[in-house]
Ligand binder design. Structure first.
Ligand code: EPU
Length: 415
């Protein structure tokens, strides 16, 4: 078990370059299977979720070359065999092998995915989509066997605009016969990035980024080069760090439109933000106003920034309220923030945060990826030393977080 030790109170300043988006990369890597030739993807973040997906690809027999800038994947000689539970449960995104293998080989055997324990997280909508395209699904305990004689395009309405289901159905439909329409599709930028990757290979997908995605099936997908978009959640996390204890922190290499919901909330609190074409410069403000935040699908406020921003809300004057509408169990960070001196009450899907509170370094435990980010942010402003245990969760999704924060002036180390 690794832990992080953060010495609080050190002002952050300087530039920070944002990495490729985790939630794009974790779909792009399995998507490479759909290509009948080799693909090259730039800007894949060096995170342990990438390593787990690479392990699955290698297990299936794909050839992979990774260097500092890019990842080359050749899936030509893949053997489509059962993906063992030991590797599928390392992360949530292993479920993208369902759509990718089904789309390419009309068959997949895989176990239920893992990932952060932040709610029930069913995959019924993914399965409903596969069935609508003609697949038959057998569930044996924790294992899924999904088989289709042929995949035929269909109209699929998603009851919830699910990111995972939207992407997985695109994967299964891209080589299906005829047209598939996904209604009430999720609109996250990562979905656009994935659809662009498939289109670069020769797929015919339109409407990604809107709630109606149309996919005309094709029979062959060719070699292409692609780039992962910047990680808006990583960027948002560092923007919050800058608002907490920054002096002209420049967060660069971003797409500002992807962060509009966060920017609008930060401005409402009174945070000063200077915006450029691909950067923000943020400095801590003396007095922060309390706000209300409700998590929603894109372009609403992202659930993945809900836990990180709760640390900032502990520093706002008065009562702030967070309403989490995506996951039932994404408040596990609150117990630890309260141990550090915050005043937060959680009831059902809402957290009531009264501030400002002085935070004091304590021993805390990371329960999930974004809870980890929240506690690191708390450690940065706390008095004294914060010991953060179980940081493996954080390393799944934040590239070089210790190096990046150290470069900005934080006193943080891994033990
Ligand atoms: N849902 C269903 N049935 C389904 C699919 C989803 O009921 O078949 C529900 C979920 O339980 C949840 C809601 O729909 O309540 C939204 O889930 P969604 O499918 O959109 O989430 P996901 O695909 O499992 C991805 C990211 C999450 C991020 C969400 C929302 C990946 C690997 N994960 O999850 O990222 O929170 O979209 O934006 O891309 C994170 O990075 O910390 C993280 C959890």
């Amino acid at each position: 078990m690794q832990k992080l030790i953060v010495q609080g109170g050190n002002v952050l300043s300087g530039n920070i370059k944002i990495s490729g988006a985790k939630n794009s990369a974790v779909a792009l890597i399995p998507a490479a299977i759909l290509c009948d030739e080799e693909v090259k993807i730039y800007n894949i973040p060096n995170i342990t979720d990438r390593d787990a997906l690479t392990e699955i690809l290698e297990y299936l027999g794909a050839q992979i070359k990774i260097d500092k800038e890019s990842m080359v994947i050749n899936s030509k000689n893949i053997i489509n065999r059962e993906i063992p539970e030991k590797i599928s449960k390392k992360l949530r995104a292993s479920y993208y092998f369902m759509g990718a293998l089904l789309g390419k080989y009309k068959k997949v055997e895989i176990y239920f995915p893992g990932g952060c324990n932040i709610g029930v997280r069913p995959i019924n909508l993914h399965l409903k989509g596969f069935e609508a395209l003609g697949a038959k699904i057998k569930i044996k305990g924790n294992k899924y066997e999904i088989v289709a004689d042929k995949l035929i395009g269909n109209n699929i309405y998603l009851d919830i605009a699910s990111v995972g289901a939207t992407i997985n159905i695109m994967f299964a439909a891209v080589k299906a016969k005829g047209q598939t329409i996904i209604e009430n599709a999720a609109k996250e930028p990562e979905i656009v990035n994935v659809a662009t990757f498939l289109n670069n290979m020769g797929a015919k997908i339109t409407g990604a980024g809107t709630s109606k995605i149309i996919i005309e099936g094709v029979s062959w997908l060719s070699s292409c080069i692609h780039e992962v978009i910047p990680d808006r959640i990583e960027a948002g996390t560092y923007m919050i760090a800058a608002a907490l204890i920054g002096e002209k922190v420049k967060i660069e290499g971003i797409i500002p439109e992807h962060l509009e919901a966060l920017v609008s909330k930060l401005k409402e609190m009174g945070v000063e933000i200077k915006e450029g074409n691909d950067y923000f410069v943020i400095t801590k403000t003396k007095k922060l106003k309390s706000v209300q935040i409700k998590t929603l699908g894109y372009p609403g406020f992202p659930t993945d920034l809900q836990q990180p921003i709760s640390t900032l809300l502990t520093q706002c004057e008065g009562l702030s309220i967070i309403e989490e509408t995506i996951y039932e169990n994404r408040f596990k960070n609150i117990k630890y923030l309260n141990n550090m001196g915050a005043n937060i009450k959680a009831k059902n899907s809402k957290a009531y945060i009264t501030g400002p509170s002085k935070l004091v370094g304590k021993k805390v435990e990371v329960t999930d990826l974004r809870a980890g980010a929240c506690l690191i942010l708390a450690g940065l402003i706390a008095e004294g030393e914060t010991v953060i245990e179980n940081i493996e969760h954080v390393l799944r999704g934040y590239e070089n977080i210790v190096y990046k924060l150290t470069k900005l002036g934080a006193k943080i180390r891994v033990e």
